[in-house]
Design a protein around this ligand. Structure first.
Ligand code: C2E
Ligand code: CA
Ligand code: CA
Ligand code: CA
Length: 279
């Protein structure tokens, strides 16, 4: 992975990486790292194609360990999911996002929706949304600003589809938006869009890998039209190239996220990036 910013060292120590994948090693390190503030929020912009404005961001976690350097989510999230610690980390990241939005509001600056990722593990605890809502209230975050990203795989977990539907309704009552992440990466079914009232669909980057394919454009035209009919916003993920942007404008996609605009950035760099861009 190369989305580190300059000055941060990337991680090459293979033995350490392997030990991370061992549950007990990581579990032993996790709580200490959390307490020492080694987990950081990075923000990646979402740009609206109709006017080119930055209309949102996604929070992505990074683990910066003083000895080990930068560690990416794919190296620790799968293990934290196995032992349930991921819920603690997600709540921590969510609180950091509330904190940075509150600071922004105090400075009199405009804020926009920021999404955080929720592991499917949260759905094992029927009460998890109350905790998120209490945190949001503590920082006086207005309704409609915090968005929760769920991957489509949760709809196929044992808790059952009814419970997930209930959670989504509850999210809305609590003032959260809900987006369906990684749509098209495996499990997707259009039936999900009929059953569930999501605000946003995030189309997985593999939709845009080969846009010269004859059917690519027709598929996307239909998906964006479906989005408009259902009143669901469509976000294209993993966009790196100018040709992809031109394509997405042709098919009238709403929002774009990807290296083309910016890699995920440390919070301060993100605000600087934003200010430079709005000039
Ligand atoms: P995701 O939610 O699908 O996030 C998008 C991933 O794509 C991020 O990887 C981002 O850095 C990467 N990306 C963005 N633009 C581009 C692009 O133009 N090209 C390519 N090739 N990649 C791009 P990242 O940050 O390494 O995160 C990987 C996954 O880890 C995320 O996928 C998400 O599922 C999970 N994750 C990240 N942060 C959290 C978190 O706080 N909680 C939970 N539960 N999961 C998280
Ligand atoms: Ca996501
Ligand atoms: Ca609220
Ligand atoms: Ca995604």
């Amino acid at each position: 992975q190369q989305d580190h910013t300059l000055g941060e060292c990337v991680f090459y120590d293979n033995r350490f990486m392997q030990s991370l994948r061992q549950e007990h090693e990581l579990t032993a390190l996790f709580q200490g790292a959390l307490d020492r503030g080694e987990f950081l929020v990075y923000l990646q912009p979402k740009v609206r194609l109709s006017d080119g404005k930055t209309a949102g961001a996604e929070a992505l976690v990074r683990w910066r360990n003083p000895q080990r350097g930068m560690i990416f989510p794919s190296d620790f999230i799968p293990v934290l999911e196995k032992n349930g610690s991921i819920c603690k980390l997600d709540r921590y990241i969510f609180e950091k996002v509330c904190e940075l939005l509150a600071r922004r509001m105090q400075e009199g600056k405009a804020i926009f929706p920021v999404s955080v990722n929720l592991s499917r593990q949260h759905f094992k605890d029927p009460d998890f949304l109350r905790q998120f809502s209490e945190i949001a209230d503590k920082y006086h975050i207005p309704d409609g600003i915090l968005e929760l990203e769920l991957t489509e795989s949760i709809f196929f977990d044992d808790q059952g589809i009814e419970f997930v539907g209930k959670c989504i309704r509850r999210m809305h009552r609590l003032g959260f938006k809900c987006s369906l992440d990684d749509f098209g990466s495996g499990y997707s079914s259009l039936g999900l869009l009929r059953e569930f009232d999501v605000d946003t669909i995030k189309l997985d980057r593999r939709f845009f890998l080969d846009i010269s394919q004859p059917k690519a454009e027709d598929v996307l035209i239909c998906l964006t039209e479906l989005g408009r009919r259902l009143g669901v916003q469509i976000v294209a993920e993993g966009i790196e190239k100018q040709e992809q942007i031109a394509f997405l404008k042709r098919v009238r996609c709403d929002m774009v996220q990807g290296y083309f605009y910016s890699r995920p950035l440390p919070v301060e760099e993100f605000w600087e990036w934003l200010e430079k861009r709005q000039e």
